[in-house]
Design a binder for this molecule. Structure first.
Ligand code: MN
Length: 251
């Protein structure tokens, strides 16, 4: 390996280490960190957190998620969280590149709610876009399917629990499938823009799937019928991506 190749490799490995989830870092390798997990956080050339490309058209998830909701959600809401998150970090004169490490100690920033709220908003939506696909739907396969059967009894039982948890979450927030520190799958919900990586939530772990249950995620198409939106979400979930995240998290 010549010097140029070495520098290039170091840069890739360096980038990989920026996004390794702390709860799973002991069993993750650099190649895994360069896969699905690595795609969850995007840094701009300016060193700021950036919005990744959506990867599909605003109307690609119709009729389940309507184009106008996607346009506003990605173009206004997520863009706003991203901008305000970077601004909050500047205000702190603090420039973390490891968002996982930041969330693991987010309680230290109690006086700067912009980091918890907008950092969560930035990251949670970055995941949410990835969890949806025009080719989505169906069920989990492979190792993830086996783990779901083991921890929830069956895919149907997991689906029922995840849907009920998301639909019944009081107020704004998110529903989650996560892998906890003991390697067990769990379903949870978090308020506002909190997520399972944060040291302020009841159940910490590596996020594997989420659903946005803020009204802005569904109100144009479903009005007050959050349950209908949650049901429709199953038609767009990209189980290939969720499965890849799971396999990276368990090594
Ligand atoms: Mn949202």
């Amino acid at each position: 390996m010549n010097k140029r190749e070495f520098l290039k490799t170091s840069a890739i490995l360096g980038a990989g280490t920026l996004i390794v989830p702390s709860v799973a870092s002991s069993c993750m390798n650099s190649s895994a960190a360069n896969g699905a997990t690595a795609s969850l956080v995007t840094m701009g050339d300016d060193g700021k957190f950036a919005q990744a490309e959506l990867g599909y058209a605003f109307d690609a998830l119709e009729p389940h998620i309507d184009a106008r909701t996607m346009e506003l959600h990605y173009g206004k809401h997520h863009a706003g969280y991203t901008r305000k998150f970077n601004a909050a970090l500047e205000h702190e004169d603090f420039h973390p590149t490891d968002i996982y490490q930041l969330f693991a100690s987010v309680s230290n920033f109690g006086s700067n709610a912009g980091i918890r709220n907008n950092g969560g908003g930035y990251f949670n939506h970055s995941l949410y876009w990835k969890f949806m696909s025009p080719d989505g739907g169906g069920e989990a396969t492979g190792k993830l399917a086996e783990a779901i059967n083991e921890d929830f009894g069956s895919f149907a039982q997991f689906k029922e629990l995840f849907s009920a948890t998301a639909a019944s979450h009081f107020g704004s927030g998110w529903g989650w499938l996560l892998l906890d520190a003991e390697g067990k799958l769990q379903v949870s919900s978090t308020p506002n823009q909190d997520n399972p990586l944060m040291d302020v939530v009841d159940i910490q772990g590596t996020p594997l799937l989420n659903i946005d249950v803020w009204e802005h995620a569904y109100y144009l198409n479903y009005q007050n019928m959050r349950k209908s939106y949650v049901e429709a979400y199953w038609n767009v979930i990209d189980w290939n991506f969720v499965g890849a995240l799971y396999e990276e998290a368990v090594g």
